[in-house]
Design a binder for this molecule. Structure first.
Ligand code: GLP
Length: 244
């Protein structure tokens, strides 16, 4: 695991963008796993800037998003579909048919999840997976618990996550209680992973992750310690409780 301490959020975003851009240049048909939340917003802005100013080409890039809320349609401003198009996809030359995001309104959700994993496999797996981290260690929406599922599945959000994510909604009641998420197995099969953490509110979970050298389903992100190609980009605020 490589740990890069960035000066601040802008520096973190530029560094994450640089890794993604360099991989796209090496492999124009890169299979890119994407995350939502506030942390990767700056990375998406930087990627859009590189597209506009330097012609970074997304025309052959294929994307798979980590997760989506159950029950929210694609045009709901709180959905991750909406987020991805508003903050990234509509500003670059990615082909709509190359974009994959779980469908929160799928009727046969089990079959939808199975097909999502099959589609990832059909593309040869994810080359580079971008991740944020929840305050409770969740990645995607793999929440802490007694067990973690390996495949794409429907999951119940924990009260912690509902509370944390309520900042994007008018009230707590509006936050969906379930989501579709890639499983830990799907994430761990990515050839390379970049995990981003920014701000003081992530300092506790990052110290737990990076200082304890232990794997536990109580901290889903800890499984990343077992992956052979993970880069953690953390800003100084999120790094302030690290002992190492
Ligand atoms: C959400 C997403 C995660 C994300 C996390 C952290 O619940 N499902 O993929 O990493 O929250 O979000 P933020 O970056 O806003 O702190």
């Amino acid at each position: 695991m490589e740990i890069i301490v960035a000066k601040d959020y802008a520096d973190l975003s530029r560094r994450a963008c640089r890794i993604i851009a360099s991989d796209i240049k090496k492999k124009p048909d890169l299979v890119l796993g994407l995350a939502t939340g506030s942390t990767p917003l700056g990375t998406y802005q930087e990627l859009v800037r590189l597209y506009r100013e330097e012609g970074l080409d997304f025309s052959r890039v294929v994307t798979f998003n980590l997760d989506e809320y159950c029950g929210l349609s694609k045009d709901n401003p709180q959905s991750y579909h909406y987020y991805m198009f508003e903050n990234f996809f509509k500003h670059v030359n990615i082909k709509p048919e190359n974009i994959h995001i779980p469908d929160g309104t799928a009727v046969d959700v089990e079959s939808h999840c199975r097909k999502y994993d099959e589609e990832i496999a059909r593309h040869g797996g994810i080359d580079l997976q971008l991740l944020g981290i929840g305050h409770n260690g969740h990645i995607g929406f793999n929440e802490p618990g007694d067990e973690l599922l390996t495949v794409t599945h429907v999951t119940e959000l924990t009260p912690d996550t509902i509370k944390a994510n309520s900042r994007f909604f008018n009230s707590m009641d509006e936050v969906p209680k379930k989501a579709i998420t890639m499983g830990l197995g799907t994430i761990m099969q990515a050839k390379k992973i970049v995990l981003l953490a920014s701000g003081k509110s992530k300092a506790g979970i990052m110290a737990e992750l990076l200082d304890e050298n232990a794997v536990s389903t109580k901290n889903p992100a800890s499984f990343l310690l077992l992956h052979k190609d993970v880069t953690v980009i953390i800003d100084e605020e999120a790094a302030e409780l690290l002992k190492k």
